[in-house]
Write a new protein. Structure first.
Ligand SMILES: Nc1ncnc2c1ncn2[C@@H]1O[C@H](COP(=O)(O)OP(=O)(O)OP(=O)(O)O)[C@@H](O)[C@H]1O
Ligand SMILES: [Mg+2]
Length: 501
């Protein structure tokens, strides 16, 4: 569980914040003043800090400076009112994670907290290379010659300040390598900021990376410091750089050559000291031919390249990976590792696995969720590999997508005709969430840990949703079907029927 420290002198806010975050499965520490906050960071460092700007005694800015000096890798989210935004911006320039204006919407705050917690995890959780014993963090598994070469390359480039380009198919471990380079570099106690060039809409990417000045465009009501400037002194990981828009590529080239950038709408450049690590699964040579990637940037980036081999080129590692994921996921799911038959292992080793390690790990998680305690057989693996494991509806290709779409459309039309037409968005999403959750609870036989894992939400969140939607195991169903362990989850307001919700 992740620990959040809230520093705010407002008792009311601290308490309601604490309650809210505890419900979201975070451990919360609170401090009524900057001085106490800094002490806590010193003695029991949290994963992230949420800090109010206006504090009695040591003010928010000074508190930020002390915390950042003590623990530069702990993301600090600043809460600020309109009057203090300038100071908040100053703090961002010095490396604060983000700021949020008071009064804020809870979902917006939770989203920033989630990002900060993830950033903290990526900075703190070590990436161990398979050559070393490990007991904490992630590990890169693989003893094959190509992987040994990767470990050596990481060791060689990490301590230099060189820009690195990581290439490889989807799911081959590019992000793990980027983190390993950062962690073994001389900048390892400075921030590591990940920017996924495809996840951010093209129109926002430039301002996200480089920031903007007040008035740079309609809606730019105040200055915003970009992610690159924010990472000053640290490392920026430009993920999926092959998909970066052409115009922004020019700005990245300038950053690499001149170590400076211009915020949008600014007249002068600011110098920044960041190390760039970039990754792509694109064929950049084709992109050059098609004119979607700049040649000058390509040559600048490719000087130090690490190319990750796909799994099919390191078959001997597949067994190690299977054993590793079986152990890891069994522990996470709280089940005994059921083991896997030789034949099943063989199928995975011979399968082309287009998604590489990610696909292998997802397949193993999938079969373990449905495992009933016996060793994983070749039939189960074949089904999982070709996507036949029944996750309820969906995931069966385009035809089914079309059909599902029609069904959903019909359902929405029905719903509109029978309900008062307000809050439709929320109502529909609630309705879908309730169906999804009850379906998953049925599939997992009522096991909340497995269901939460499959849904990708925390157990307390799942619990809250079951409560919210009034979903419960119907006793009548248990009586009807005691052997099959088919726990029919349904809305307690509905009458029990033999159908699932
Ligand atoms: N050698 C490895 N050992 C153990 N786990 C690995 C290894 N390589 C990748 N993984 C795991 O597989 C998943 C995908 O890895 P990662 O995100 O680093 O791949 P990627 O190359 O960045 O993929 P994409 O191109 O899809 O972004 C992660 O969960 C990662 O922890
Ligand atoms: Mg990736």
């Amino acid at each position: 569980m992740h620990k959040i420290l809230i520093i705010d002198d407002d008792d009311q806010l601290r308490m309601s914040f604490q309650k809210l975050l505890e419900e979201e499965d975070y451990i919360v520490d609170i401090a009524p003043s900057g001085e106490t906050g800094v002490e806590i960071v010193k003695n029991q460092p949290p994963d992230i800090v949420v800090l109010d700007m206006r504090l009695p005694g040591m003010n928010g800015f000074e508190t930020f400076q002390s915390i950042h000096h003590l623990a530069p890798k702990i993301p600090v989210i600043i809460m600020t009112a309109f009057g203090t935004t300038e100071t908040a911006i100053e703090a961002i320039k010095m490396g604060a994670f983000d700021y949020i204006l008071k009064p804020f919407e809870i979902p917006e705050m939770l989203a920033i907290i989630k990002q900060a917690v993830e950033a903290s995890r990526l900075m703190h959780s070590p990436v161990n290379l398979d050559t070393q014993p490990f007991n904490d963090g992630d590990v890169m598994i693989g003893k094959s010659k190509p992987m040994q070469d990767i470990y050596k390359a990481i060791g060689r480039v990490a301590p230099t300040d060189a820009t690195v380009l990581i290439r490889g198919e989807s799911g081959t471990g590019k992000e793990l390598v980027a983190r390993a380079i950062y962690q073994h570099s001389t900048r390892s106690n400075k921030p590591f900021i990940i920017i996924n060039c495809v996840a951010i809409p093209e129109t926002l990417l430039e301002s996200e990376l480089f920031g903007y000045e007040k008035g740079a465009f309609t809606g730019a009501s105040h200055r915003r410091v970009g992610k690159i400037e924010q990472a000053n002194g640290g490392t920026v990981f430009l993920d999926e750089i092959g998909d970066m828009p052409f115009t922004i590529q020019a700005k990245i080239l300038r950053l690499l050559q001149e170590k400076s950038l211009e915020r949008l709408g600014a007249r002068t450049a600011v110098s920044v000291n960041v190390r760039i690590i970039a990754a792509t699964n694109r064929n950049l040579e084709n992109a050059l031919k098609e004119g979607t990637f700049r040649e000058d940037l390509y040559y600048r980036l490719k000087v130090v390249t690490i190319s990750l081999p796909p799994l099919r080129e390191r078959q001997e590692d597949i067994k190690l990976l299977i054993d590793f994921f079986m152990g890891q996921f069994s522990a996470e799911l709280g089940i005994k590792n059921p083991g896997i038959t030789k034949e099943a292992e063989q199928i995975l080793s011979n399968d082309p696995l287009p998604g590489n390690v990610r696909e292998l790990s997802n397949t193993i998680l999938k079969v373990l969720i449905f495992n009933t305690g016996i060793p994983v057989s070749s039939e189960v693996i074949s089904q999982a590999v070709i996507g036949k494991v029944n996750f309820g509806n969906g995931d069966k290709g385009d035809d089914n997508d079309d059909q599902s779409r029609k069904l959903v459309k019909k359902w929405i039309q029905n719903y509109i005709s029978t309900q008062k037409g307000n809050n439709l968005y929320e109502k529909c999403l609630d309705k879908f969430s309730a169906i999804l959750i009850s379906e998953i609870m049925n599939i997992t036989g009522g096991n909340r840990t497995k269901a939460a894992k499959l849904l990708g939400i925390s157990r307390p969140t799942l619990h809250a949703k079951l409560e919210k939607f009034g979903l419960t195991v119907t006793t009548s169903m248990k009586e009807l079907d005691p052997q099959k362990n088919s726990w029919h989850y349904q809305n307690k307001k509905d009458k029990p029927t033999t159908k699932k919700v």
